[in-house]
Design a protein around this ligand. Sequence first.
Ligand SMILES: Cc1ncc(COP(=O)(O)O)c(C=O)c1O
Length: 421
Amino acid sequence: MKRRSLLLGSLATTAGLAWLLRPREKGEDHSSYFRSLSVALDSDGRSKPTLVIDRKSLIANIEVLSSHLKGRFDYRIVAKSLPSLPLLEAVMHQTGSNRLMLFHQPFVNRVAAHLPQSDVLLGKPMPVAAARNFYRQFAGGDFNPARQLRWLLDTPERVAQYAELASGLGQDMLVCIELDVGLRRGGVGNDQQLTEMLDLISQSPRLKFSGMMGYEPHVTKVPGDPVKYRDEAMRTYKHYIELARQTLGEQWPADVLLNAGGSPTYQMYNTGDFPFNEISTGSCLVKPTDFDMASLADHRPASYIATPVLKSMDTLQIPGIDLGGLQAMWDPNRAKTFFTYGGYWKAKPESPSGLSTNPLFGRSTNQEMLNGSRNIHLRPDDWVFLRPTQSEFVFLQFGNIAVYEDGAIVERWPVFSEESA
Ligand SMILES: Cc1ncc(COP(=O)(O)O)c(C=O)c1O
């Protein structure tokens, strides 16, 4: 008898403790910022999932970026993270940079056709067939590929392929070499590979060496001291520069392009001497959630997915064995249910606060279930806001970007499409 009541007592204590540890209520209706954004979307006649860029925040982020670069490095705009011609134009205008980094052949053709003043560096080595397609689809105009387009090459085999393409087309081509400075994603990994590639480039009458790229995002991502990883990456970079200079002698270009950096690392070069002369970033200007990191604390979110609420319910129900009531009892942030127009994007609910998807109900790209607390008063046709986890690819899923400024949607920016024209 004594043992039984002791056991019951300790079970009750454990249950009581667990109850105390259950999630706290986090729900809150939209702040005045998201209320104004909702009014702006309604006034603009928006009725479907929409990608919004806040122009003031975008400009503030560009100013932060410029304040760190301080003109010490040239700036290259990473276009895959800002995949819209007017968005790129806005960043080009504000930063004074005409340098773009591109990662997709149809987008290279679009840039060549519509931003003929740009200097393009490929951010990854492309199949030689993609390069052939670029020239096949290039309709001429002010963009001069022989001087404004730099292909990125990673192996001697690829150099040989590009040399053959260039001579077959009778087309001069600028080429840059991809270095592995620690990321372990390919590129030059030893001296012999580099000298072999440089020799092949020198032997080709049509290829011209124009620089190197050493991308180093691992510096802030792997466990350990970022400064140590940065310094190791820079030692490797410097070593390959010296070797390439020696190998090329007179052929080393006076205007050599030495690219590094990305959003997570760019502020690590605020002071000190580094071997490269150009930094590329894109994501930090719109700051998706993957970039909520200490090294980008002074950048602010500038992009949201806005989507209409289709249905609003004061309970949570799960089909089959209905565990909705239990879920809601445990977590006050599951008291209510909302279904949104579309969903399952690479994105996190942002406003109203405390919304979350339901692991028992599952995800949907058609009508996504979100749960929230009793303090959230969303009704059908209201807007829910999410933050993309990344801008690359996500921005391409919504048609024209709605540009928000001073309480209104002031512009519509088309995103890149697969068609090359
Ligand atoms: C080669 C290269 N440079 C720079 C970047 C940085 O882009 P972001 O600033 O958008 O992270 C990337 C991103 O993937 C990249 O692949």
